[in-house]
Design a protein around this ligand. Structure first.
Ligand code: PLP
Length: 441
C-alpha cells in the first residue's frame, strides 16, 4: 500500500510539531512505522493522503458513534456555525445538551467544558472543595486525561501501599509533574478490593474521592469485576460513602457509547460525580462533568469552587453533541452491539486458528484483544502489561496493509459505529487470517 504522501507529511510535521503529532499515540511509536495522515473520512472509512480507504476501528478514539460525516450531524453543525461560532454568553443549546445528558444518566446538574481532561481536572477540584480533603485514589491503567495529579504512579508517602497492592504506573511518570502535585494521589491496582480497603483504613478521613473509569478502557478493556454478586463500582461507591468520600465515575470513554447511558446502563451504580466527553461532543471539543445537585451547587457562581472556560458550551460543539445524542437511537446501539459481538467472534476464531494466545474482553460494545498467554482474564494493569506488544505490532501492520486501521497501541479498545455495515465488516473479517498468522510468526 502506497504511503509516500503520509511519509512526506510526517517529515514535514516533525519539523514544526513535536514528534509530528498533537497527541502522542497518533505517532505509531508503540507499533512502529509511519502514521497515516488523514485527508477525509466518511461513514466507517478513513481516507489517507495517498487515497487509501481504511476501515476505521478507532472512530476518533470513541466520539464517532454514528460514523464519520453523518449528514444530519453536519447539517446541525452548519446551521449552528452560520449563526456565529462563539458568543461567550449562554445559549439554549447548552441547556438542551445538559438536559440530554441528565435524561440518560443519574446526574442532576451538568457543567460543560471542552475536553475530558478539563472535566476530570475540574471534578477533582470540586470533590476536594466539597470534602475539604486532599487525597484522591485512582487505579493503575485508568487514564483520566493529562491532569497532573492523575499522571501519578504514587506519591512517595503511598508508594509502599501501592506496591503492596500490586499497582503500577497508569502512564510512565512525566517530567514536569511535581512531587507535590502527586503527593495526594494514591494509585491502586484495578479490581483489587483488598488494596482499596487498606487505603481507606490507612488514609480514610483524608480521602476526598475515588476516581475510576466506569469500565477501564485505557489499558485495553478491563470491566469492573464482580465478587459475591457485588460489582467493583458498587464496592467503591459503598466504601466511599462509609468514609465520607465521593465516588467519581469517569465515563468520558464509555458514556453514551457502551449503552445509551454508558457503563451506568450496564451496572446501574449511581456515582456522586461523573465525567463525560467523546460521544457527547459528536467529534468536536466538548465534554462535561455532573452529579447530584447539592454537590454541583458548590461550583461558582453559586458556590466557591471556581471553574470556567472561554469556549465552554461552544455553540458549534454543542450542536454536534446534541445532534449525535438525538440520532443515537436504540437501533444504533443494537447495531453497534451486533457488529462488535460478530467481530469478537471472528477475531477469536482467526487468532485461535493461527495458534496465537489471546484474551478478548468487553464492556458493552467496547472491546479489546490482549495478546497474553497463560491467563484467561485480564483484571488489572499488571496483567495487561504482560501482553506481547511485538505480536500486536505485527497484527496491526498486517491489518493496516489490508486497509484496516486498528488502534496503534496494544493498550486501546476497538471502537465501532452504526456506519460499520456489511461491506466494512467483510473487509475486516477477510483481513484477519493473514494478520493472525503475522502475529503468530
Ligand atoms: N477520561 C477517559 C476515561 C478517557 O478515555 C480520556 C481520553 O481518552 C480522558 C478522560 C481525557 O479526555 P480528553 O482526551 O478529551 O482530554
Amino acid at each position: 500500500m502506497n504511503d509516500s504522501a503520509s511519509r512526506a507529511a510526517f517529515e514535514r510535521a516533525r519539523k514544526v510539531i513535536p514528534g509530528g503529532v498533537n497527541s502522542p499515540v497518533r505517532a505509531f511509536l508503540a507499533v512502529g512505522g509511519t502514521p497515516r495522515f488523514i485527508a477525509r473520512a466518511a461513514g466507517p472509512y478513513l481516507y489517507d493522503l495517498d487515497g487509501n480507504e481504511l476501515v476505521d476501528l478507532i472512530c476518533s478514539w470513541g466520539p464517532m458513534l454514528l460514523g464519520h460525516a453523518h449528514p444530519e450531524v453536519l447539517a446541525a453543525v452548519g446551521a449552528a456555525a452560520a449563526h456565529g461560532t462563539s458568543y461567550g454568553a449562554p445559549t439554549l443549546a447548552e441547556v438542551e445538551l445538559a438536559e440530554a445528558i441528565i435524561e440518560r444518566t443519574p446526574v442532576e446538574e451538568v457543567r460543560l467544558v471542552s475536553s475530558g481532561t478539563e472535566a476530570t481536572m475540574s471534578v477533582l477540584r470540586l470533590a476536594r472543595g466539597i470534602t475539604g480533603r486532599d487525597m484522591i485514589i485512582k487505579f493503575a491503567g485508568c487514564y483520566h486525561g493529562h491532569v497532573d495529579a492523575l499522571l501519578a504512579a504514587a506519591g512517595s508517602g503511598v508508594a509502599t501501599l501501592a506496591h503492596r497492592a500490586g499497582a503500577g504506573p497508569a502512564l510512565p511518570g512525566s517530567p514536569g509533574v511535581t512531587a507535590a502535585t502527586t503527593a495526594d494521589t494514591v494509585v491502586l491496582s484495578y479490581n483489587d478490593r483488598v488494596g482499596v480497603r487498606e487505603a481507606f483504613t490507612t488514609y480514610g478521613d483524608r480521602i476526598a474521592a475515588v476516581i475510576t473509569e466506569a469500565a477501564a478502557g485505557n489499558m485495553g478493556v478491563v470491566p469492573p469485576g464482580v465478587e459475591d454478586g457485588v460489582g467493583f463500582n458498587t464496592f467503591l461507591a459503598d466504601l466511599c460513602h462509609a468514609n465520607g468520600a465521593l465516588f467519581i465515575s469517569d465515563e468520558v470513554m464509555t458514556g453514551f457509547r457502551v449503552t445509551r447511558s454508558g457503563q451506568y446502563g450496564i451496572d446501574g451504580v449511581e456515582p456522586d460525580l461523573m465525567t463525560f466527553g467523546k460521544v457527547m461532543g459528536g467529534g468536536f471539543p466538548a465534554a462535561a462533568f455532573g452529579g447530584r445537585a447539592d454537590l454541583m451547587q458548590h461550583l461558582a457562581p453559586v458556590g466557591g469552587v471556581y471553574q470556567a472556560g472561554t469556549l465552554s458550551g461552544n455553540p458549534v460543539a454543542t450542536s454536534a453533541g446534541l445532534a449525535t445524542l438525538r440520532l443515537a437511537t436504540d437501533e444504533v446501539y443494537a447495531h453497534v452491539d451486533r457488529v462488535s459481538a460478530a467481530l469478537q467472534t471472528e477475531v477469536h476464531a482467526a487468532l485461535s486458528a493461527a495458534g496465537v494466545p489471546h484474551v478478548i474482553q468487553a464492556a458493552g460494545n467496547l472491546f479489546s484483544v490482549f495478546f497474553v498467554s497463560g491467563v484467561d482474564s485480564v483484571p488489572d494493569y499488571a496483567t495487561a502489561s504482560g501482553q506481547s506488544t511485538t505480536a500486536y505490532s505485527a497484527f496491526f501492520h498486517a491489518m493496516l496493509d489490508q486497509g484496516v486501521y486498528l488502534p496503534p497501541s496494544a493498550y486501546e479498545g476497538w471502537f465501532l459505529s452504526s456506519a460499520h455495515d456489511d461491506g466494512a465488516m467483510d473487509r475486516i473479517v477477510t483481513a484477519l487470517p493473514a494478520a493472525a498468522r503475522a502475529a503468530a510468526a
